[in-house]
Design a protein around this ligand. Structure first.
Ligand code: GRF
Length: 210
């Protein structure tokens, strides 16, 4: 049986979507002791760990301690779900090909924070979210699946974020499920999904009615 570990820092709604999809989650780890997501995971009987980055002198020491907890579960996959720490190059390389992230934009547009503010400022008509393999470059790396949503004239960051988040909760379980079924192959910077018909599923896009 394949297993995964989820890393969170806060609300944990993506973690919740993964748990509710029935995916084999061995543990949830948070760098933030107050992460609301921990309570949800505990209520579902999932082992949780808190490792506060503030207790460590530097990024590498924190990352090593984090890796020790992860390795104790020997997971096939590590899924970042709102994990708000930049990971060292050594950490990312250690888990090459088995570390994925969800980001609330259509990468490579709008890496970093405040993606919905950026989208509104730039006036894009289509925004969305991306699940991708993690590489040392922040919010970059081979894309597994994306979902697009329209940006509406009267959108605020709140309404836009909610529209994107609903899609995050659809595509993250799908990406994890493909990974754990061994359907994803990394070829340089591209992710190939095993069955040709799955190509139709890597983009969710709502119909635009005029
Ligand atoms: C999500 O928008 C995710 O894409 C981003 O951080 C947010 C975390 O939300 N990386 P949640 O903790 O999963 O509710």
């Amino acid at each position: 049986m394949k297993s995964m570990v989820i890393l969170i820092s806060g609300r944990g709604s993506n973690m919740q979507a993964l748990l509710e999809a029935g995916l084999p989650v061995a543990a949830v780890i948070s760098n933030n002791p107050d992460a609301a997501g921990l309570t949800f995971a505990q209520a579902r009987g999932i082992p949780t760990h808190t490792i506060n980055h503030r207790a460590f002198p530097d990024r590498n020491t924190f990352d090593s301690a984090l890796a020790n907890i992860i390795d104790s579960y020997q997971p096939h996959l590590i899924a970042l779900a709102g994990f708000m720490r930049i990971l060292s190059e050594a950490f990312v390389k250690r888990y090459h090909g088995k570390l994925i992230n969800i980001h609330p934009s259509l990468l490579p547009a709008f890496p970093g924070l405040n993606t919905h503010v950026q989208a509104l400022q730039e006036g894009v008509k289509i925004h969305g979210c991306t699940v991708h393999f993690v590489t040392p470059q922040l919010d970059y790396g081979p894309i597994i699946i994306q979902a697009a949503v329209p940006v509406l004239a009267n959108d605020t960051t709140t309404t836009l974020a909610a529209r994107v988040l609903a899609q995050e909760h659809r595509i993250y379980p799908q990406a994890v499920s493909w990974f754990l079924q061994g359907k994803l192959t990394l070829i340089e910077n591209r992710v190939v999904i095993e069955t040709a018909c799955d190509d139709q599923k890597v983009l969710y896009s709502p119909e635009i009615t005029l």
